[in-house]
Design a protein around this ligand. Structure first.
Ligand SMILES: Cc1ncc(COP(=O)(O)O)c(C=O)c1O
Length: 394
């Protein structure tokens, strides 16, 4: 009765929540380290941005807006990108979406033909895999190499380009590994894309949540290869539930005109993104405030604490994340461990301790034997969590 499209959909991050809810119902406290939503913890949407949203609704800006997005917001975004990343885009190169998630849907829908391939990092955000399959395409994972601090394995990527490949996607900082790609690696990926005449899709949602390294914007390194960048207001501006994101096109040789036109049609078909949140987003860009810096400072402390604790636990190894807010430790499964795989581990963990993480295989084949834990909770909660995890593994 229902289509394969929906029966095949999987989303490990929310699937685990179903088991966690059962555990909570039984009366045990659940520690939600599964969802990457800072606003659920002690990071709150800045008041001046919320005020701007309230003003917009009281001013009566509750109507459908332009399908491509409010022009003033598109202009502010182009200025912001040009300033931050030394690009030369205009408002016409920006399309407002309902979060980066809708941006991913649009771009994959716009580029993937049946049984054609899209190269995505492995492990990575499950939505890429989901939408590639949803549109009858084939997601092909190129390796992020754990033995090399999760750096993209360029030889592996190159080997996986075929005559069916339609795009290369990169996400730096990456979810779930936290790796921030170096400029050198990004350039190598762009060069491969150029060689095979492929567009690059760049998910930049964590560009401002970086600890030691600098963010390199792929478009800033590309002279001719077309890049579709994606970013939004969920993470850096602490407005996850508002669902505002955007796509921008860096297209020095006008290779994306057809895609741009097609995505405009898609945008019209779904009317528009949330109107009042767009007016508030203008305010967030015009008066950036210091909430992002404050958040990064707090997160760095939480990362350092979590990383230190994890490293002290026998049977676990972990690379220190350079960006985003996830740890992606590897569990040493062997003949002495009672769990067969990461999924069994995560389900047993939440049942016995209340710690709710996500199994690594939910992030693609390269994620297996790992678990993902956010370090968004405060230090007191993290201390309890790591004490529980330590006992659990004993
Ligand atoms: C890599 C990545 N891209 C996009 C998103 C979703 O962003 P948005 O809230 O803008 O849809 C997430 C959310 O966790 C993410 O990890």
């Amino acid at each position: 009765m229902v289509s394969r499209r929906i029966t095949d959909l999987e989303y490990a991050i929310r699937d685990v929540a179903v088991v966690a809810n059962e555990v909570a119902k039984s009366g045990r406290k659940v520690y939600h380290l599964n969802i990457g939503d800072p606003v659920k913890y002690d990071f709150k949407t800045p008041k001046y941005i919320s005020q701007a949203l309230a003003n917009a609704t009281f001013k009566g800006q509750n109507f459908y807006v332009d399908s491509l997005g409010v022009y003033e917001l598109r202009e502010e975004i182009s200025k912001h990108e040009n300033h931050k990343n030394k690009l030369t885009i205009t408002a016409d190169d920006v399309l407002i979406t309902s979060g980066v998630t809708e941006g991913i849907l649009f771009v994959i829908a716009g580029l993937i033909e049946k049984n054609k391939e899209i190269l995505i990092p492995g492990p990575s955000y499950p939505v890429y895999i989901n939408y590639a399959k949803f549109f009858d395409g084939i997601p092909v994972e190129y390796e992020l190499d754990e033995s090399n601090d999760w750096d993209p394995n360029i030889d592996d990527l190159r080997k996986k380009v075929t005559d069916k490949t339609q795009a290369i996607l990169l996400a730096s900082p990456n979810n779930p590994t936290g790796v921030v790609y170096s400029s050198k690696k990004i350039k190598e990926i762009i060069d491969i894309a150029g060689e095979y005449d492929l567009p690059v899709i760049s998910d930049e949602i964590y560009d401002q949540i970086i600890y030691e390294k600098e963010f390199t914007c792929p478009a800033s390194l590309s002279k001719d290869v077309p890049i579709i960048g994606m970013n939004g207001f969920s993470k850096a501006h602490l407005a996850t539930g508002w669902r505002i994101g955007y796509l921008y096109y860096h297209d020095p040789e006008d290779k994306l005109n057809e895609l741009k036109e097609g995505l405009q049609k898609m945008a019209r078909a779904r009317l528009c993104a949330n109107s009042i949140a767009q007016f508030a987003a203008i305010e967030a860009l015009k008066n950036p405030g210091h909430h992002t810096d404050d958040m990064v400072k707090k997160l760095k402390e939480r990362r350092d604490y979590s990383y230190k604790r994890l490293r002290q636990i026998e049977g676990i190894s972990c690379i220190k994340p350079e960006g985003a807010f996830y740890l992606f430790p590897k569990i040493d499964f062997n003949e002495y461990t009672q769990w067969k795989n990461d999924k069994e581990f995560i389900i047993d963990l939440v049942r016995k301790t209340g710690i709710c993480g996500v199994y690594g295989s939910g992030f693609g084949n390269y994620g297996k034997d790992h678990i993902r834990l956010t370090f968004l909770p405060d230090l007191e909660i993290l201390e309890t969590v790591y004490n529980l995890l330590e006992d659990f593994l004993k």
